[in-house]
Design a binder for this molecule. Structure first.
Ligand code: AMP
Length: 485
């Protein structure tokens, strides 16, 4: 039995919006979270990216807020009732767009505020009154200080991507914002991981939360085929192009670890005639939104990006994600590949592994608890294989230090998300050592398996990092990179 939205008794305007979105059945997080949120309880939810999390909290939240629905033009009749906090502007923008769609047939007003944009239009919108406010913490604090946002009637607060908010160092901001909210409220916290820090945050701000876990945190989406190809730095572009050709894939995200590398790679792919855009923290907000839009419209085929784009961006049908650089932080791997295989669609994630990256691949293995096999992708002249086989060490240029530096802290720039300087509170992300993740994987119950049927129809590719029919079996990586790498 699949969980259907019709079992929820959603109000007609919400049910109509859901039907219009073409959703046939609930995703597992929706099936579990919506009934709980409808009861008004606090929730601590762990869900993979792209699992339908936004609808899981916004539909029941809208349903509960419908009692306040009114057509009055008086701002006083439209105080903020629900606050949704997210770590990045792109995510905030995306979640706000989805909420607008779900609330389309209601009288509920929603708005989004994030940094890097003029405050004036945001102020005008806030002053008119909105029931649902989506925001990044820094800009919200600016509006609170300017008395544009009054939060004393907030009934619901959603902390989405809470682990990322903590990584970015938003904890002091979060605490300040929460201090402006009424004590009596419902708090919904969503996070990809339940690290000890997240648990602490939940412990101080949630009351008897119901914990919801639909898939083990850090598990990668089952609809993503994961491939790891050994590639020397100079061969990586050719491998990307060859994979795209071989699989007949038109569009992809290509992740790199640095802004510098991002611009450089985008330029060289462009020179090779591929329609490419770069998305990184040094781009203005306008440029970033334009690049995303161009990708969505199909005007751009390859979006080369740093981890600024790795979290939660929901672009439908991204068929492939390339990790041109193996991420320094294993958790970023999960988020990067979460850009493909969303909401049941199948996807391909290719990670290009140079000899010095083996330790990072080991970190990913540990995190996702899956043995990974690094294969050789046969290029036409197979230079990479020859080089590895004859035992010569890679004498090519190692990337310079600044190229390899992870783009951590880009959100800290003054002209970006926040007008205040939070450098002091910035802490690099840490791989969770939560004992929760040490638990062996437990197969889903029959009920969970049924709930997952929404994605089953689209699961056409191998979910485990095994070999597909297209790829010849390859030697073990040790044989390619020799020892000591
Ligand atoms: P989210 O995890 O909220 O970013 O959602 C990922 C994508 O899944 C979005 O494009 C949603 O429109 C889509 N989605 C959400 N719920 C469902 C559903 N029940 N069936 C199909 N697609 C969905």
């Amino acid at each position: 039995m699949t969980a259907s939205f019709s079992n929820l008794s959603l109000a007609e305007p919400l049910a109509r919006a859901v039907a219009e979105m073409g959703y046939e059945s609930m995703t597992p997080i929706q099936a579990q979270a919506i009934p709980v949120v409808l009861t008004g309880k606090d929730v601590m939810g762990a869900a993979q990216t792209g699992t339908g999390k936004t609808a899981a909290f916004s539909l029941p939240l809208l349903q509960r807020l419908l009692k306040h629905e009114n057509t009055s033009t008086s701002p006083a009749r439209h105080p903020v009732r629900a606050l949704v906090l997210l770590p990045t502007r792109e995510l905030a923008d995306q979640v706000a767009q989805q909420i607008k769609l779900y609330a389309k047939y209601t009288q509920m007003r929603s708005a989004v505020v994030f940094g890097g944009m003029d405050m004036k239009p945001q102020t005008i919108e806030l002053k008119k009154g909105v029931e649902i406010l989506v925001a990044t913490p820094g800009r919200l604090l600016d509006h609170i200080e300017a008395k544009n946002a009054v939060l004393n009637q907030v009934e619901y607060v959603v902390l989405d991507e809470a682990d990322r908010m903590l990584d970015i160092g938003f904890l002091p901001d979060l605490q300040r914002i929460l201090s402006f909210l009424p004590k009596q409220r419902t708090t919904l916290l969503f996070s990809a991981t339940f690290s000890p820090e997240i648990k602490r945050l939940a412990g101080s701000y949630l009351q008897d939360p119901i914990t919801i876990e639909v898939a083990r945190p850090n598990e990668t989406a089952s609809t993503v085929e994961q491939r790891f190809y050994a590639a020397q730095d100079d061969d990586k572009r050719r491998v990307v192009k060859a994979v795209l050709n071989q699989r007949g894939i038109k569009q992809a995200f290509i992740f790199v670890n640095s802004k510098l590398g991002c611009g450089r790679l985008a330029r060289s792919l462009e020179r090779e005639g591929l329609k490419t855009a770069a998305l990184h923290g040094d781009k203005s907000q306008d440029e970033r939104l334009k690049a995303l839009e161009a990708f969505k419209q199909g005007e751009v085929d390859l979006l080369v990006c740093t981890d600024v784009a790795a979290r939660g961006l929901d672009i439908k049908d991204v068929p492939a994600v390339f990790n041109f650089d193996v991420p320094f932080n294993a958790e970023d791997y999960v988020h990067r590949i979460g850009r493909t295989g969303r909401a049941g669609a199948s996807g391909l994630a290719v990670t290009l592994v140079s000899p010095s990256d083996m330790r990072l691949v080991g970190d990913i293995e540990k995190l996702i608890k899956n043995k990974l096999q690094v294969e050789v992708f046969p290029l036409e002249d197979d230079r990479s294989r020859e080089q590895s086989n004859d035992g010569r060490r890679d004498e090519r240029r190692e990337p310079r230090r600044e190229e390899r530096r992870p783009e951590r802290g880009f959100e800290r720039r003054r002209d970006e998300d926040d007008s205040r300087d939070r450098r002091s509170s910035f802490r690099p992300a840490q791989v969770s050592r939560d004992p929760f993740f040490e638990k062996p994987y437990e197969a889903p119950t029959a009920e969970q398996a049924n709930a997952a049927s929404w994605e089953a129809s689209a699961r056409t590719v191998s979910s485990r990092p095994g070999l597909s029919a297209n790829i010849k079996p390859k030697r073990k990586v040790a044989a390619l990179f020799k020892s000591g790498e």
